[in-house]
Ligand binder design. Structure first.
Ligand code: MN
Length: 504
């Protein structure tokens, strides 16, 4: 069965507290969603501002292959704004639960029903495709909800949407009211689920199982409060879980990870590490039992292959590590210790782990080089001096002193800001030694306030196209950035040196 994916990252997702996107940013996301293969995009809520209207106009004119929809309350002004934005498809809504009617709309059920019918008729009389939502459907009196759906269907609605506006539904109830809506309207039904109890995807899947044909979803599950059903979880669950029926979507799953990162960067919201499918740890393994299993056959501890969503598996050593995982990591660097050496390396790794230290490739290689007797490898590049100056009316300037394999180097440079200046100065030095280039730089704030911790992720690449990533966390943006870059450079130089040693 073909399931329709209606993406509302640009509307409900943008209603995430703290997110506000410019028209150019919205257009960039719309293009990315279209490439991903969504069937429809809810581009925005045209009536709310000039910028929003402009964004939706830009998206409707961009020549995308998916349907473009806009949100409108059940009044002429909102629907006119949608028409003005160039839309031929609207998502119109009015609340139907007694809580919303009494405290928000100050209307009776009958008045709300009348507004719903008028809006659908108005939209249809302007040739629009109309999807109707009964806001807070899951807390609406069940008989009244059926009546509303039946009446708007009679008035000409093309699609019915069931919003679980405050994430209050159970999967069982979602299935029941989905069946109600289909029976009452004979129209294609969508479900719009929120994650207040962590059930958004489960509820959306339950709606589909009960006959809904479409789900409203967002990238990374962003949206009001706890967010919406996440596109990546919903799509991969439909594709991979052992249902008795086959479900298909138009999503190119191998683009999922890239799209997730893209949206995360633009909206400025980090994905939690343990998030399904797109979190950093979703395909990472540390514990010895798991890494051993995955190395023998990935299916032991991975329900799906990471390639399916455009990702790579990673292994990390730590106090849960076992010999197999560790040797596999060392093997990637061309190092093959004897059994005795492996045991000695692992003992040291566990001591560090018990001290609460994270063991990255750099530490692992450094320990390995101690045990294997290759003294002097360790960290090749040391930061021995560093200062930046910045301000208004002056060009940001950095001074960096590095000790590389025993030899001192000094680099100075300007930049658009202090981080740029520092990275330019480092690049001047490393460019001389081994043509290492900084390819990606990402900065995220972990906590709030002016003492917030920041997290810097970088990727460096050498002349052969070999690349490594490094991450550093600290309080000072500039020194944390410099640390991440130095770590990255160390990794790539170690990798290359060890390869050479193995060859010789
Ligand atoms: Mn919503």
């Amino acid at each position: 069965m073909r399931i329709r994916i209606f993406d509302t990252t640009l509307r409900d997702g943008e209603q995430t507290p703290g997110i506000s996107l410019s028209p150019d940013q919205k257009l960039a996301i719309a293009r990315k969603l279209d490439e991903l293969g969504v069937d429809a995009i809810e581009a925005g809520f045209p009536v709310i501002s000039e910028g929003e209207l402009r964004s939706v106009k830009m998206i409707t004119k961009a020549g995308l292959s998916c349907d473009i929809c806009g949100l409108a309350r059940t009044n002429k002004k909102d629907i006119d704004a949608a028409i003005n934005a160039g839309l031929d498809y609207i998502h119109t809504f009015i609340a139907t639960s007694d809580i919303h009617l009494e405290y928000k709309l100050k209307m009776t059920r009958e008045q709300a029903l009348e507004k719903a019918i008028e809006a659908v008729e108005y939209g249809k009389s302007h040739g629009l495709q109309v999807e109707f939502s009964a806001e807070d459907a899951t807390r609406t009196d069940r008989e009244f909800l059926k009546k509303v759906f039946a009446e708007v269907a009679k008035a000409g609605a093309d699609r019915i949407d069931i919003p679980d506006t405050v994430g209050y539904s159970t999967p069982e109830y979602m299935a029941e009211i989905t069946k109600d809506a289909i029976a009452a309207t004979k129209l294609p039904v969508s479900v719009h689920c929120h994650n207040d109890f962590g059930l958004a995807v489960a509820n959306a899947l339950s709606g589909i199982r009960a006959g809904a044909q479409c789900a409203h979803v967002t990238i990374n599950g962003i949206g009001e409060r706890a967010g919406n059903a996440s596109l990546e979880e919903f799509v991969m669950a439909l594709k991979c879980l052992p249902y008795d029926q086959k479900y298909e979507t138009g999503i190119k799953s191998e683009l999922i990870y890239d799209t997730s990162r893209f949206v995360s960067r633009i909206v400025g919201i980090q994905v939690q590490p343990n998030k399904a499918i797109v979190g950093d740890n979703a395909f990472g393994h540390e514990s010895g039992i798991h890494t051993h299993g995955v190395l023998s056959n990935p299916l032991t501890y991975e329900p799906i292959g990471p390639e399916l969503v455009g990702r790579k598996r990673w292994l990390q050593v730590g106090k849960h590590a076992g010999i197999h995982g560790m040797n596999a990591m060392l093997g990637e660097y061309g190092i093959h210790p004897t059994d005795l050496q492996s045991k000695q390396i692992l003992d040291k790794v566990k001591i560090l782990g018990d001290q609460g230290k994270q063991v990255t490739d750099v530490e692992l290689l450094s320990i390995a080089s101690d045990i294997l007797g290759e003294k002097g490898i360790k960290r090749i590049v040391h930061l021995t001096g560093f200062s930046v100056s910045t301000g208004i009316g002056t060009m940001p300037y950095a001074f960096v002193k590095l000790n590389v394999d025993g030899e001192d180097f000094i680099g100075t440079d300007y930049g658009v800001g202090p981080v740029d200046a520092a990275l330019n100065a480092i690049q001047k030095i490393t460019g001389k030694i081994s043509e290492i280039k900084i390819k990606d730089y990402g900065l995220a704030s972990i906590s709030g306030g002016s003492t917030a911790l920041c997290e810097v992720t970088i990727r460096v690449e050498d002349a052969q196209g070999e690349s490594v990533s490094a991450k550093s966390v600290g309080e000072d943006i500039v020194t944390t950035s410099v640390q991440a870059v130095i770590d990255g450079i160390n990794r790539i130089m170690l990798k290359n040196m060890l390869k050479e040693k193995q060859l010789s």
